[in-house]
Design a binder for this molecule. Structure first.
Ligand code: SAH
Length: 222
């Protein structure tokens, strides 16, 4: 039996107008997808009875998206597309030229759930608390490499290599990376500069392009 939160009950019974006996697809991020039948439907509460499993868990590759938050609507697009394209973790990073409105990691996590519901993903990437880029780089886990999407490399070959193992991509803010950040990244053996073609992409386009490139080169689209 799965008890529903106030918001879930409101959505299912108030907005979607479902009633007792309706069957829905359920997922919790760990156990795949299951059918569940409504057994109690109230205004602020409800109960579902879990029936059979309808799909296994499909975990994305061990890929992190690091991105500098931009304006809210565009940040939402980045989070949504990352879930659709398949990432394990989303890390908002504050860079020298990041110019974002106040960030709410809980809102971003809620957005992850909505995006997963839309696209039938059974896995929910974790949204990390926003952190300064320098701290993320200082605390970098062994064995994970980083594709640094560097607008200064535009026009050169992409430089995407099919390395094995866990990875990450880093996309900068509207203002791009500062010379100090570029120099700092150059000292990190785990970081490789990547070009995304000859044109300057908006941050959300760059995130989509970089994740696509990663998935095709070494992820679960091969
Ligand atoms: N204002 C900057 C562009 C920033 S674009 C300038 O005029 O140079 C936002 C981010 O998208 C960049 O920091 C980079 O991470 C990524 N990006 C955009 N176009 C790119 C390209 N052609 N190659 C690699 N990364 C790119």
């Amino acid at each position: 039996m799965v008890p529903l939160s106030d918001a879930q009950a409101h959505y299912l019974f108030g907005v979607m107008r479902l009633g007792v006996g309706a069957v829905l697809s359920l997922f919790n991020g760990h156990d795949g997808e299951w059918d569940g039948a409504v057994v109690q439907a109230g205004k602020r509460a409800g109960l579902l009875c879990v029936q059979g499993q309808t799909a296994p868990l499909i975990a994305p590759p061990d890929l992190w998206l690091l991105f500098a938050p931009v304006k809210k609507a565009r940040t939402d697009v980045i989070v949504e597309k990352a879930v659709e394209l398949g990432v394990a973790r989303i890390v908002p990073v504050l860079t020298d030229y990041t110019n974002a409105e106040r960030l709410r990691a809980d809102k971003m996590q809620a957005h992850v759930i909505e995006a997963a519901e839309q696209c039938g993903a059974t896995h929910l990437p974790e949204v990390a608390a926003p952190q300064k880029l320098a701290l993320v780089l200082a605390d970098w886990p062994a064995g994970r490499d980083l594709w640094f999407c560097d607008e200064a490399r535009r026009g050169s070959p992409a430089g995407a290599q099919a390395l094995p193992g866990p990875g990450a991509v880093l996309v900068g803010p509207e203002g791009g990376f500062s010379p100090a950040e570029r120099a700092h990244l150059a000292t990190k053996p785990f970081a490789t500069g990547i070009s995304l073609g000859p044109r300057i992409l908006r941050a959300e386009t760059a995130a989509i392009a970089a994740l696509t490139l990663w998935q095709v080169t070494r992820g679960d689209w091969r």
